[in-house]
Design a protein around this ligand. Structure first.
Ligand code: CUA
Length: 351
């Protein structure tokens, strides 16, 4: 019995591994994959990946070709005597060849890698006089994102709007622990550090309009994997219109229920959450355009029922986050309904 198991163990292990590789290869979601680049930075990184993979495949093929040739050519045939072919150990020419080739290959890899590294970190365009680039101060919080558009009096959370075809510079910092800002389809990742000392800057430039998914890429606590955000790339005209809409705010509600909800919000939520685009980054996400978003807390379905459950017990969905729970003793079912109604009506854009 034991020997049978041993005999199959290895092939089994390899077939499971290759099956896994096949299945996982299909995991790349569109708009969340560096293998489907949709922006300047991601294009550069993709080029580097292709370059290194092409070199690796070429080396692999050459090695396999030589290996196969040697096996066939020097095989011991029937009737052959026990002779050892000529030994090439210490052959100077061969030694030079297989030292120089890897050096050349490494240079081919290193030159563009170093060049791109500097290009990706280049902020001279932002700092140039009369620069028209948009600059966004990004602050990571456990477990959400705040976006403040410099000089625009607009702050938002979770959904980062950018104009297509323009470099938007993001200054990255954190309100607590180290997080990492990553929008795989648009750009490589960059750490967000606590404090004002170590602010990293990277640019975002989207080739085409679309909604791109962003992730936190540095383990930061129990809900690290749920620290999602979105980059919404729209045409420059739409982007300017969005800034105007944000500054105007969601407008008055005409529903009685929502008006009641607004009062509850003022009492229970407004100390952490702002509903005004000009407000500075608060303790909790800015909710000015909450109704326009497509996710609650970055990853939950955007509907009334889910929203009510989230307010009742945020820990159940996003463990370790800083939002307190609001049990029925604090907010009655009726009030919760009104509050949710109010929040979902916070829209700055026309449907
Ligand atoms: Cu924030 Cu991981």
């Amino acid at each position: 019995m034991k020997s049978v198991r041993n005999k199959w163990q290895l092939p089994l292990k390899y077939s499971v591994l290759s099956l896994l590789a096949l299945v996982l290869a299909g995991c790349g979601t569109e708009n969340l994959s560096s293998l489907q680049p949709k922006g300047e930075g991601a294009n550069m990184l993709f080029d580097l990946m292709v370059l290194s993979i092409v070199i690796m495949i070429a080396v692999f093929l050459v090695v396999i070709a030589i290996y196969t040739y040697v096996i066939v050519r020097f095989r011991k045939k029937k009737g052959d005597k026990d002779i050892i072919p000529e030994q090439v150990e210490g052959n100077r020419n061969l030694e030079i060849i297989w030292t120089v080739i890897p050096i050349l290959l490494l240079l081919v890899l290193a030159v563009p890698t170093v060049a791109y590294t500097f290009q990706l970190a280049d902020t001279s365009e932002r700092d140039a006089e009369g620069s028209e680039n948009h600059v966004v101060n990004v602050t990571a919080h456990t477990f959400w994102w705040n976006f403040e558009y410099e000089g625009e009096e607009v702050t938002t959370s979770q959904d980062l709007y950018i104009p297509t075809g323009e470099k938007v510079f993001v200054n990255l910092s954190s309100a607590d622990v180290i997080h990492s800002f990553w929008v795989p389809a648009i750009q490589g990742k960059m750490d967000t550090n606590p404090g004002d000392e170590n602010i990293n800057t990277i640019f975002l430039e989207a080739d085409e309009e679309g909604v791109y998914w962003g992730k936190c890429a540095e383990f930061c606590g129990p809900s690290h994997a749920l620290m999602d955000f979105r980059v919404i790339a729209v045409s420059p005209e739409e982007f300017d219109a969005w800034l105007d809409d944000m500054r105007q705010g969601p407008g008055e509600t005409d529903s009685e229920v929502a008006a009641a909800g607004e009062e509850i919000f003022a009492q229970s939520c407004a100390s952490c959450h702002a509903v005004e685009a000009g407000a500075p980054g608060g303790v909790g996400p800015n909710l000015t355009s909450f109704g326009d978003r497509t996710k609650i807390a970055g990853f939950l379905d955007h509907d009334k029922e889910t929203l009510k459950q989230w307010i009742r017990d945020p820990q159940e969905f996003k463990p370790g986050n800083n939002m307190p729970a609001f049990p029925a003793e604090q907010i009655s079912d009726e009030d919760l309904d009104a509050l949710a109604e109010y929040l979902l009506e916070l829209k700055v854009q026309d449907e």
